[in-house]
Every structure is written in structure tokens, then in C-alpha cells.
Design a binder for this molecule. Structure first.
Ligand code: BGC
Length: 312
């Protein structure tokens, strides 16, 4: 994994001086400690498991697919539209260099379409025999001020981000219940991870369709988790903050935009898709067996109300 260092030599320029929170906020990135990215061992914690990852041809979904394949799972990389990025993700997953890696295949389906979702699960069962893990990741933004937002924009975002997660979760649970627990594969009959957002709790002006979809995902996830826990099915969410993906390019590509973004991130770096992938692999594994109905925020502290760091 790559190692990124900010170009400064004194990691703590103000060491020894009292650090009020107001002063920390005003420090520029080059006055803060170097950014060191984690280098983590890949372990085959998903060996023998079968996963569907929706929206996996780019961004967070792609990283999760590659991470799960490296951890031993066979993965179905779901996508819509052009198949080239999905096939490239399949290539990367299957050449990740991990000796325990699983297989990867691509499958085109619009998650907001009931029959396409049913067909995707049928294809996964045919190819892999069953499904152990669903990563409900497919999502999009169509931003507009409330007075300008069209019904089409509202319906599109709710359709993919919320209804799509429902349709996939329903199919996954049918399959998990049909098959039950296979002790040699996992303690649980199945695992669902909904990729939500910090905006399941942080209101977001100008993005009401997106925030409403993620708020909906939160209570949908918890309600499903409550309903299926006795069947030993675990359902959780990951709530990413700002992660370097195409969906929010405008927020990190230009240096001024990136500086503004860092004001919202106490940890003072943007998240990378691999930050999410490592957590998703762990959350889907038996190492996280007693965790259900919870959202794991992976956001560098974005949900810590950074606006309050200088007092209320
Ligand atoms: C959105 C990104 C945004 C991030 C933090 C995510 O859910 O998709 O566009 O940068 O939340 O605001």
C-alpha cells in the first residue's frame, strides 16, 4: 500500500507550547504531522465466502471488491453502464498477488430494478453456489437546491441509494435463510453491509435527496438487523466521510477545495477507498461476529462536529 508524506520536516512545530483547540484548527497542513498511510497485512479471513458488491466498478465498491478477493472471497463485481471499468476491477482483483485470493466476475444490473436484482442473485448462486456477503454499495448524487430539484432527481437518488439497497438486502436474506449457517465457512448465515454516509446523521443542504436516502438506509439497516438477528444474519452499515472517489472529485481535486475540505476533517487527511475496504473485510468476517445493527463511521472525525472545536 502506498505511503504518502506531507513535505514538512518538523512534525510538531509547536511542540511544548500549549495547544488550544482554536490554534489547532488554524494550523495549515504543512504545520501538522506527516501523513503516514497504513500498511496492513492481508489475511484470508473471508476464505470460501461468496460476496456480491454492488456499484463495484469504481471508488469504494471497487476497493472493497479487491480487498475481499484478496481476503479469500469469491466476488461478484456489480456495475451499470460501460463494462470496461468493471472488467478492469476484475483484472486487478484476480491479480492482487495474494496466494489465498478468490475469484472475481463482473455482472451488469441496475440495483433499482427488481427483476435485474433477482437475476443478479440467481447468477451469483449459479456461479458461486450461494451468497454469504452483500455489500450494498451502489449509490449516486444528483445535487440541487430544494427549489430546483426535479422529481426525477429525487426519485433517481432514492431509487438507487435506498430502494436498491432494500431490493438487494431482500434477495440476500432470502438466500441466507434458505441456506443457513455452514460452520466451516462462517459463524453467521450471512452478512450485509450497507454503505451509508456521514450524511445519515449530518444534514446536507443542497443534497436533500442524498441525505434523505442515507437517513433512510440507517433505519432500514437497523430494522432489518433487528428482524433477522435470530437467524444469525448480521446487518451493519459503514458511514464513510469524504473519501477520494469520483463522486466528490470537486471537493478534493483543486488545492483550495482540499484545504476547505480539511476544515471538516479533524484527522486532517482525506479518506482513501482502502480505508473503507479494510474495515468492510473485517466487519464481514467472523472477527466481527457479535456486531449487528450498528453504523461504523469511517470519517477521520467528520461526525465529531468540527465546527465546535473552538468552544460552543
Ligand atoms: C458524499 C461525498 C461527501 C462526503 C462527506 C459522502 O457521502 O458522497 O460527496 O464528500 O459524504 O460530505
Amino acid at each position: 500500500m502506498s505511503q504518502t508524506s506531507a513535505p514538512n520536516s518538523t512534525p510538531y512545530p509547536d511542540a511544548g507550547k500549549p495547544m488550544t483547540s482554536a490554534r489547532v484548527r488554524d494550523l495549515m497542513p504543512d504545520q501538522l504531522p506527516n501523513i503516514v498511510m497504513p500498511e496492513c497485512e492481508v489475511r484470508p479471513v473471508l476464505k470460501g465466502q461468496k460476496a456480491i458488491i454492488t456499484g463495484a466498478s469504481s471508488g469504494i465498491g471497487r476497493a472493497i471488491a479487491i480487498g475481499m478477493c484478496a481476503a479469500g472471497a469469491d466476488v461478484m463485481i456489480n456495475f451499470v453502464g460501460d463494462d470496461a471499468p468493471a472488467l478492469a476491477a476484475v483484472e486487478e482483483a484476480t491479480h492482487c498477488g495474494c496466494s489465498n485470493r478468490g475469484r472475481a466476475i463482473a455482472h451488469c444490473a441496475d440495483v433499482s430494478d427488481e427483476s435485474q436484482v433477482t437475476e443478479m442473485f440467481r447468477a451469483a448462486r449459479e456461479e458461486f453456489g450461494t451468497v454469504d456477503i452483500l455489500i450494498n454499495n451502489a449509490g449516486l448524487q444528483q445535487d440541487a437546491a430544494i427549489e430546483d430539484m426535479t422529481l426525477a432527481q429525487w426519485n433517481k437518488v432514492i431509487g438507487v441509494n435506498l430502494t436498491g439497497q432494500f431490493l438487494c438486502a431482500r434477495e440476500a436474506i432470502r438466500e441466507f435463510k434458505r441456506r443457513g449457517v455452514r460452520r466451516e465457512i462462517s459463524c453467521a448465515a450471512g452478512k450485509i453491509i450497507c454503505i451509508s454516509s456521514v450524511h445519515e446523521v449530518i444534514p446536507w443542504a443542497g443534497h436533500i435527496n442524498y441525505a434523505a436516502s442515507k437517513g433512510g438506509v440507517m433505519l432500514m439497516m437497523k430494522s432489518i438487523a433487528q428482524e433477522v438477528a435470530p437467524y444469525r444474519i448480521r446487518v451493519n452499515s459503514i458511514g464513510p466521510g469524504a473519501i477520494r472517489t469520483p463522486i466528490n472529485r470537486a471537493a478534493w481535486e483543486a488545492p483550495e477545495a482540499y484545504r476547505d475540505l480539511l476544515k471538516l476533517i479533524p484527522y486532517k487527511r482525506i479518506g482513501e477507498p482502502e480505508d473503507i475496504a479494510r474495515a468492510a473485510v473485517w466487519l464481514a468476517s467472523d472477527e466481527a461476529d457479535y456486531i449487528t445493527g450498528t453504523t461504523l463511521f469511517i470519517d477521520g472525525g467528520m461526525t465529531l462536529y468540527p465546527g465546535f472545536e473552538a468552544g460552543g
